[in-house]
Design a protein around this ligand. Sequence first.
Ligand SMILES: Nc1ncnc2c1ncn2[C@@H]1O[C@H](COP(=O)(O)OP(=O)(O)OP(=O)(O)O)[C@@H](O)[C@H]1O
Ligand SMILES: [Mg+2]
Length: 264
Amino acid sequence: MAQHQIITEDQLTNRTRPDFSKHANQAATAPAYFSVWDIHAYYGESYIVQGVSFNVHEGEILALLGRNGAGKTSTLRAIARLDNPSLTHGEVWLDHKPLHQMKSYEASSNGIQLVPEDRRISPGLTVDGNIQLAQIAPPIGWSLDRIYELFPRLGERRKQEGVTLSGGEQQMLAVARALARDIKVLLLDEPYEGLAPVIVDEIEKTLNIIKEQGITTVIVEQNAIRALMLADRAVILDTGTVVFDGTAQEVLDNEELRAEYLAI
Ligand SMILES: Nc1ncnc2c1ncn2[C@@H]1O[C@H](COP(=O)(O)OP(=O)(O)OP(=O)(O)O)[C@@H](O)[C@H]1O
Ligand SMILES: [Mg+2]
């Protein structure tokens, strides 16, 4: 059986940069659908994301894991092109588009959507209103009807103010709002946080349906076991660098690896 791959510094520095250009689209050299290549990012003087690389295939679910403070949220924010941390080096490609050259609103128009840990439901707006706000400008994604088919609970509460929903319902609304944009990649930061296991089951089911629709997902979760059960692949971060890149099953099977980097 193949050993899991702990990436050594030597391997990282010897990695050759893939050819991301449009014309290199033959099978052998085809760039991954979503590629993060050697990104470095800072909060002011603080150097946090220290050369992170990974590839995600279209329609795959990747679990991005690591202990508290490993740099998971910062990596997601850098990828989504938010101002902080600032991306100083590296490339992010989505379906041949260079997100690293874009502002966050352009990256969003090109199909990437971050659902942050605090969910950011707009106060004073109903469930309908929160979703419609996301549909104000193109590219528009799923219709209200399609969204409520996926989230019947939200449909039942469509006239209720969004911030009065339960934690699980607010998480569903945050995902619904992302789907209301025409997205290719969904970035989820701690979607299960504070939720009862039965609600986690429900959200997990939804994420599988979203996957069947061809959307690619990167999930950051403290509940690593649940994330690994959902994910196809896993990347583990430690102090802002990648220490493991492999299948989710390899992490589930490797107690040592989990103890060392995930404390589970
Ligand atoms: N706004 C900020 N300014 C300065 N440093 C920050 C800022 N946000 C995070 N950091 C630092 O960056 C490092 C990585 O934080 P980050 O939030 O990305 O980790 P994380 O893996 O998401 O952790 P957690 O599991 O606790 O959410 C930490 O040392 C943190 O203190
Ligand atoms: Mg975090």
